[in-house]
Design a protein around this ligand. Structure first.
Ligand code: NAP
Length: 298
């Protein structure tokens, strides 16, 4: 079997197009322009690249981007003051504080200080609790993107055996909660799971989020299963043409898994593009909720 490739880039572009249309409608009908503040503390090359692409996507979607760049020496009190200011600004509907933060700042305190209605990353304990309780919530972007990709292949995930590999607060746990909300039968595996290949082989749907390059092998995949690879790992090629050159690979050994799976996301071009698209979606939803408008029909 050769798997269908789930084109995250195309699915994200389609989603962004729908969001832009809704944005135009919001502006025309209600004079509301969704605004998202992205706060970056210190100099982190990866974060800066990511923040730049977020800012570009926000502008393309017709939204307002408010970039706040603070020095690495910023104190926790200073960052809390910035968050308070953004919480109070009615033109800011979403607040995203880029992680990791410098060591003098407790990221839990900062995330907890964000108004939960503006928590477009979905990391505030209130949104985490609402998701776990099955209540409407702003949910983390990457997990939301994973579920949208899985649903691009399966109209319903109800009754599917889903195995999530990884239990981080950013990916593993929230994606498991979202799958549960979709009525999948969910197993969360992690570094202490016994016989992970056997657990994985049970799955109709595998979500790999371990940060371990190409850890999930073809032999772990049930024939015909859907595989969503969240991993972004930079590796240096060892043989032939790739020798010495670095490239990005996922947490799944792509070629092996694609020979067995029914559908699979590539890396890059799978989950990655969905994260920013879902951030825009969360910002749009937050802007509607804060203006007591109906939720966007996306
Ligand atoms: P993380 O916080 O490091 O969590 C990794 C999880 O994988 C942990 O729960 C860990 O188990 C588990 N794990 C590690 N080694 C394992 C093994 N050998 N067998 C089974 N489980 C193992 O990572 P994360 O933040 O969730 O990110 C995961 C991956 O997704 C990374 O590659 C990251 O770059 C990528 N990512 C991509 C996006 C995107 O936009 N596409 C967004 C976020 C993250 P324990 O809990 O037992 O330690």
């Amino acid at each position: 079997m050769t798997a269908t490739i789930i084109d995250g880039k195309a699915i994200a572009a389609e989603l962004r197009g729908k969001i832009a249309v809704e944005g135009v409608r919001l502006k025309a009908a209600y004079a509301v322009v969704p605004g998202i503040a992205v706060v970056l503390v210190g100099e982190n090359a990866a974060s800066e690249v990511y923040v730049r692409s977020k800012t570009k996507a926000v502008a393309e979607a017709g939204m307002r981007a408010i970039d706040r760049k603070l020095p690495a020496t910023t104190t926790e009190a200073e960052l809390l003051a910035v968050v308070a200011e953004l919480n109070a600004d009615a033109t800011v509907h979403g607040i995203l504080v880029q992680l990791p933060l410098p060591p003098q700042i407790d990221s839990h305190r900062i995330i907890s200080a964000i108004d939960p209605a503006k928590d477009v990353d979905g990391f505030h304990p209130l949104n985490v609790g609402r998701l776990a309780s099955g209540l409407p919530a702003l949910v983390p972007c990457t997990p939301l993107g994973c579920v949208i990709l899985a649903k691009s292949v399966h109209a319903s995930l109800a009754g599917m055996e889903a195995v999530v590999i990884g239990r981080s607060n950013i990916v593993g746990k929230p994606v498991a909660q979202l799958l549960l909300a979709e009525n999948a039968t969910v197993t969360i595996a992690h570094s202490r799971t016994r016989d992970l290949p056997a657990v994985c082989r049970r799955a109709d749907l595998v979500i790999a989020a371990t940060g371990r390059a190409e850890m999930v092998r073809g032999g772990w995949i049930k024939p015909g299963a859907t595989v969503i690879d969240v991993g972004i790992n930079r590796v240096t090629g060892q043989e032939g043409q790739q020798a010495g050159k670095s490239k990005i690979v996922g947490d799944v050994a792509y070629a092996e898994a694609a020979a067995v799976a029914g559908a699979i996301t590539p890396v890059p071009g799978g989950v990655g593009p969905m994260t920013i698209a879902c951030l825009l979606l969360n910002t749009l939803r937050a802007a509607c909720a804060q203006n007591a408008l109906p939720a966007p029909n996306i």
